[in-house]
Design a protein around this ligand. Structure first.
Ligand SMILES: Nc1ncnc2c1ncn2[C@@H]1O[C@H](COP(=O)(O)OP(=O)(O)O)[C@@H](O)[C@H]1O
Ligand SMILES: [Mg+2]
Length: 308
């Protein structure tokens, strides 16, 4: 199946000369939840803003459902929902009108039943006649989500949806995201909360300094996360792995001074104790042992760590 969003060699230099995107390639599959993970300034909002037609790209191309975002702007914008990072709302309008107008603005016929359902889903219905300026920040964020859903987008972008929101909104939001996914909506969310990406996403993309560093299935990343490594420091270096240890798949490091053993931390049988007895049977003297676990956090930090 053709990807619903296809990004090719996308670049963006702002007027200041700053290059916010340096040739991004990314395919987003229909119906998936993709989390874009990256620190502040990575280029997440820039990328989303280009796809939604708010920022003009400097180079490259983006298609949404097969249509070009520049030459077919109206067509692509009609199927994209955006919940922006910043709260941008008209303070003197009511909740109901804001959401209903949003639907009209996107060329959809009125559908009060749908608006009601969206407001109920977001626990906003009892505030439907309240002016936005009387709402709390969390409630306003709910309104932004309702606005984006009002015209039934096929692709929904959530830019840092849970940065600074309360726990109940976060919960409501993830329930909503699950329901939207079940109805076939493709969801792209940006976050710098790793746990959030872990919990909700099908795939995780890591972006930093305007470049996509990795896009991987969450389960594959989790499999890496489950890896542990044990390093055995030997009293005397080896020139080769002894035959007695070959079945463990250990490797030599540090000029033969270390034996490195990788195992699946989530497995019941890690093989550590039998490896240790095999070591002593082989007459190897051990100076020290350390273990290390790779986490998504490690992978993330290693990928985006400054100065690398
Ligand atoms: N209008 C702008 N003019 C100049 N630089 C900008 C503008 N908007 C964003 N930037 C810069 O581009 C980089 C990426 O910003 P942004 O896309 O907002 O990142 P993120 O959403 O990942 O935090 C940042 O260094 C930011 O300062
Ligand atoms: Mg941003």
């Amino acid at each position: 199946m053709a990807p619903i969003v296809s990004i090719r060699n996308l670049t963006k230099s702002y007027a200041s000369g700053f290059q916010a995107l340096k040739g991004v390639d990314l395919d987003i599959e229909e119906g998936e939840i993709l989390a874009l993970l990256g620190p502040n300034g990575a280029g997440k909002t820039t990328m989303i803003s280009i796809i939604c037609g708010i920022v003009t790209p400097s180079g490259g191309s983006v298609t949404v459902a097969g249509s070009d975002i520049l030459t077919d702007y109206r067509k692509t914008r009609a199927i994209i929902g955006l919940v922006p990072q910043e709260l941008t709302l008209d303070a003197f309008e009511t909740v109901w009108n804001t959401v209903a107008f949003s639907r009209g603005l996107h060329g959809c016929p009125p559908n009060p039943a749908l608006i009601e359902r969206i407001l109920r889903d977001l626990s906003l219905y009892d505030k439907k006649d309240t002016m936005l300026r009387h709402l709390s920040g969390g409630m306003r964020r709910r309104v932004l989500i309702a606005k984006a859903l009002s015209y039934e987008p096929k692709v929904l972008f959530l830019d840092e949806p849970t940065a600074g929101v309360d726990v109940s909104l976060r919960k409501d939001m993830w329930q909503l995201v699950e329901r939207l996914r079940a109805s076939g909506v493709t969801i792209i969310l940006t976050t710098h909360y790793i746990e959030e990406a872990e919990e909700i996403a099908d795939r995780i993309g890591v972006i930093n300094h305007g470049q996509i560093l990795l896009v991987e299935d969450k389960k594959a990343l989790m499999a890496k996360l489950g890896r542990k490594q044990m390093t055995v420091e030997l009293a005397e270096p080896l020139t080769a792995v002894p035959d007695a240890l070959s079945s463990y798949g250990v490797t030599l490091a540090e000029g033969g001074g270390q034996l490195v053993y990788e195992f699946d931390a989530s497995g019941e049988r890690t093989g550590i104790s039998s490896l240790l007895s095999a070591l002593s049977q082989a007459g190897l003297r051990v100076r020290d042992i350390s273990t290390e676990q790779s986490s998504l956090e490690d992978i993330f930090v290693e990928l985006v760590g400054e100065g690398r």
